[in-house]
Write a protein of this length. Structure first.
Lengths: 144, 665
């Protein structure tokens, strides 16, 4: 998918500067059209992460206190018979982290597709990143 | 399970008949007197048009050319005898029914075998098209009113033959015998009657004897030679169908090879006699015909000239004698039967090719009546396309014809030479060596003759339409190679390596797809739990937040002991979010298996299916491409489906049964 940047390697392309610029523009346009909505969404999420001053999940290290901004991809409700806990998967365009609120069966506003900003300590749970009982802040989504 | 037959099923039953049990296969073997008509109708039927084709080509040079007919007919007859003699060797050496394909594959390698196969397939198709077109043309000669509808009649005739073959051709062997023998008898009577009249001093006068042929070119030297060769090539159509017997040896009563060889000899004798007789009478009666009807001076404008055999019959028997109509009828009938010979040959060849992996496997399946139904349908479709494309004109179709047959003649005869060479190296008994050497000489002569004729046919017919065949054959050849390569690569990939240790997935994660909490969902949940997976969760996609809220309420109300995961779907899709979700589960644990349980309700009627969108079906299709994912359909038969398919089993799927969650434990 990733085309080599035409601007970065001018010596391999013996063309005029104008020609190169045109190609670059067309490349960019084609890239934009060829990438699916998911990639575009991820790019938007990444932009929002840096705008909010949050840490990209991919850069988070174990046992680090972090602030993450992203959307909830899935929300899992536990059955009534089991231990009450609300579990959600937060995605910020670079990686996913499982967010767990212990003792809660549901939280108003915590629903799939919701944009959210959480603060907490990141841990590894079965090879996956997780944050337990984070401080959360519901963010306005695209539709709000 | 007794089923209520559908309308489709009933139509099929009426057209095709009751299914035949597999044990019935191989019981029907044919005695010589039945085998001759079954296999020989193709070769014999060409008597009906071979003479005509020679005359048509010669007509380009004017009436003066017609005296060459004798030599050309002699050449064709000689060639016929040579080919028959050569094939008698084939029949003895390869009695398994593989025919030319087998001979070429064994002796010249699979590429040559494939060449023969593609040639024969083209030719079988053309046999159907040419024979039907010629048969209908003869019918139209008896009843000129039919002239405007020949294409339609041809298509109908092909459809009827197809149907007969789908019903199973073996049992109709006797039905073939009568028309073939009637045709032979009718032609014999005509020849004898005609010769008697000639001997007793009467003059046979064909209706076209008075016509003049308007010829613009004067053929001399090379051009004359080329015209004669072209006429000869057209006459060679008489040779088609000889190979049919060598493909059908297993159908003969034992001793198979000997009977087949005798039948071949009979076939050769009868065909040559009939061909010579008709040609002689046509010349004696001064039948004049031309490729382009405008060249015929004297023909009433707008009329289509009758076929040569029709003109001869009218000259011999009189204009409206019942014998004339009878002969025309049998001529048309045997031409149709000749088309049927291809229906015997093509499906068998296709099944052998598909056995060897050159054609799709479906062509190997025998249908309800033990005939190779798919091969029959394929042949019929191809022939209909040809007939429509060429406006059912025998003369135009014949230009494409016989190239395939001669390619296969040449390949199989050269294969036979190699066969004898190989056997001679190992044989020491002088008597046997003598016989083999004699056979080798016969096959060499056959290979030489057919080779020369192939060159002649190619050279003279190429521009007239034969190029289509020359293009089609390599295409078929390449397609068959590609199919074979595909099957080969699949087989290699599926073959377990020798040092393989069968491994089990570490754990099994169950996902139950949920849209609403209804009986099918409950059944799927129960079933998923009953398989004792390592983890289980129900998954739903949020399209409408209110629906999800309602689902969660029901979930709690029913106290379902399974966590419910809601997937966000910002673009209102169902398939993609689920697939992505499953994919993520997979990347976490690559050695594990994810089983996706899809509750489905089964509908009984087709129009009901339209009312429900088939998201489960699409999802299944997408999940098939995921590694380590198993999709389990948990069907729930609605009452309409139960009524439809289990009319006699009312106990199946009571729709009002309580939630099966506890039941399945």
């Amino acid at each position: 998918m990733r085309e080599p940047d035409t601007e970065a390697r001018p010596q391999t392309r013996p063309r005029t500067a104008k020609d190169r610029r045109d190609r670059g523009f067309i490349r960019r346009l084609i890239d934009r059209l060829a990438s699916d909505t998911e990639e575009l969404d991820d790019a938007d999420l990444k932009a929002e992460t840096s705008a909010q001053g949050a840490t990209p999940i991919a850069n988070c290290r174990d046992r680090e206190a972090v602030c993450i901004h992203g959307t909830l991809r899935t929300v899992t409700f536990q059955p009534r018979a089991g231990v009450p806990a609300l579990q959600a998967e937060l995605w910020d365009g670079t990686g996913a982290v499982t967010v767990v609120w212990l003792g809660r069966r549901s939280i108003p506003g915590i629903s799939p597709g919701r944009a959210i900003k959480v603060r907490g300590r990141i841990t590894a749970l079965g090879g996956q990143r997780a944050i337990y009982n984070p401080v959360y802040e519901l963010r306005p989504g695209a539709t709000d | 399970m007794p089923t209520v037959p559908s309308l489709m099923g009933m139509t099929k039953r009426v057209l095709v008949g009751r299914p035949v049990r597999s044990e019935m296969l191989g019981e029907a073997t044919l005695p010589k007197k039945i085998a001759l008509p079954v296999f020989a109708s193709d070769a014999l039927s060409s008597v009906a048009y071979a003479t005509e084709e020679i005359l048509l080509v010669l007509s380009a040079g004017g009436l003066a050319m017609f005296h060459y007919t004798w030599y050309l007919a002699g050449g064709v007859a000689l060639l016929m005898l040579v080919v028959v003699a050569s094939y008698r060797q084939n029949v003895h050496a390869y009695p398994s029914g593989g025919g030319d394909y087998e001979v070429a594959t064994t002796n010249l390698g699979p590429k040559a075998g494939l060449t023969v196969a593609s040639a024969l397939m083209v030719d079988y198709t053309l046999t159907v098209a040419v024979s039907t077109a010629a048969g209908v043309a003869n019918l139209a000669s008896a009843f000129p009113a039919l002239n405007g509808h020949v294409v339609l009649i041809c298509v109908v005739v092909i459809a009827v033959i197809t149907l007969m073959n789908l019903r199973g051709v073996r049992e109709s062997g006797t039905a073939f015998a009568i028309p073939t023998y009637c045709f032979i008898a009718a032609i014999a009577i005509m020849i004898i009657w005609g010769i008697t009249q000639l001997v007793t001093g009467h003059h046979l006068v064909a209706e076209s004897a008075g016509y003049q042929i308007h010829s613009t070119t004067n053929y001399t030297g090379l051009a004359l030679g080329f015209l004669l060769l072209r006429a000869f090539a057209s006459g060679c159509t008489a040779l088609t169908g000889v190979e049919a017997i060598s493909n059908g040896v297993p159908a003969f009563k034992p001793p198979k090879s000997k009977n087949a060889a005798t039948t071949l000899a009979l076939l050769g004798g009868i065909a040559v006699t009939m061909f010579a007789g008709v040609t002689a009478l046509a010349l004696a009666a001064h039948v004049h015909t031309a490729e382009d009807t405008s060249q015929l001076i004297g023909l009433p404008t707008g009329d289509t000239p009758r076929t040569v055999i029709a003109q001869v019959a009218r000259a011999v028997f009189g204009d409206s004698s019942p014998l004339f109509y009878l002969l025309q009828f049998f001529t048309a009938l045997i031409l149709v039967l000749a088309a049927n010979t291809a229906f015997n040959g093509f499906p068998v060849l296709a099944s052998i090719l598909s056995r060897d992996g050159y054609l799709p496997r479906q062509l190997r399946n025998r249908g309800d009546r033990l005939a190779y139904s798919n091969g029959i349908l394929l042949l019929s479709a191809l022939a209909i396309v040809l007939v429509i494309a060429f406006q059912a004109s025998p003369t135009r179709l014949i230009q494409l014809y016989i190239i395939g047959v001669f390619v296969s003649f040449v390949c199989s005869q050269s294969g036979m030479i190699r066969h004898w060479n190989r056997l001679l190296r190992a044989e020491t008994d002088p008597g046997a060596r003598g016989r083999m050497k004699r056979s080798r000489v016969i096959n060499s002569v056959g290979a030489g003759f057919t080779g020369i004729v192939l060159v002649i046919v190619l050279a003279t017919k190429f521009a007239k339409g034969a190029w289509i065949v020359v293009v089609a054959m390599p295409i078929i050849w390449l397609v068959m190679r590609a199919i074979q390569r595909h099957y080969q690569s699949v087989a290699v990939e599926l073959e377990p390596p020798e040092n393989l240790r069968p491994s089990r997935p570490h754990s099994n994660h169950a996902i139950v797809l949920v849209s609403k909490l209804h009986l099918p969902t409950l059944r799927a949940l129960g079933y998923a739990k009953a398989t004792r997976p390592d983890s289980i969760q129900a998954v739903t996609v949020e399209i409408d937040p209110d629906e999800v809220a309602a689902l969660r309420e029901q979930w709690d109300a029913h106290e379902i002991p399974v966590p419910l995961t809601v997937i966000a779907s910002p673009y209102r899709e169902i398939t993609r979010p689920v697939v992505e979700f499953v994919k993520r589960m997979r990347t976490e644990n690559p050695d594990d298996i994810v089983t996706v349980y899809v509750p489905e309700y089964v509908l009984g009627r087709w129009w009901e299916q339209i009312l429900h969108n088939q998201s489960a079906l699409r999802l299944k299709g997408r999940l098939l491409y995921q590694r380590g994912v198993v999709v389990a359909s948990v069907p729930y038969q609605l009452r309409s489906a139960a009524d439809h398919h289990h009319a006699a089993a009312p106990t199946a799927a009571p729709p009002a049964a309580p939630a099966p969650l506890q039941e399945t434990r």
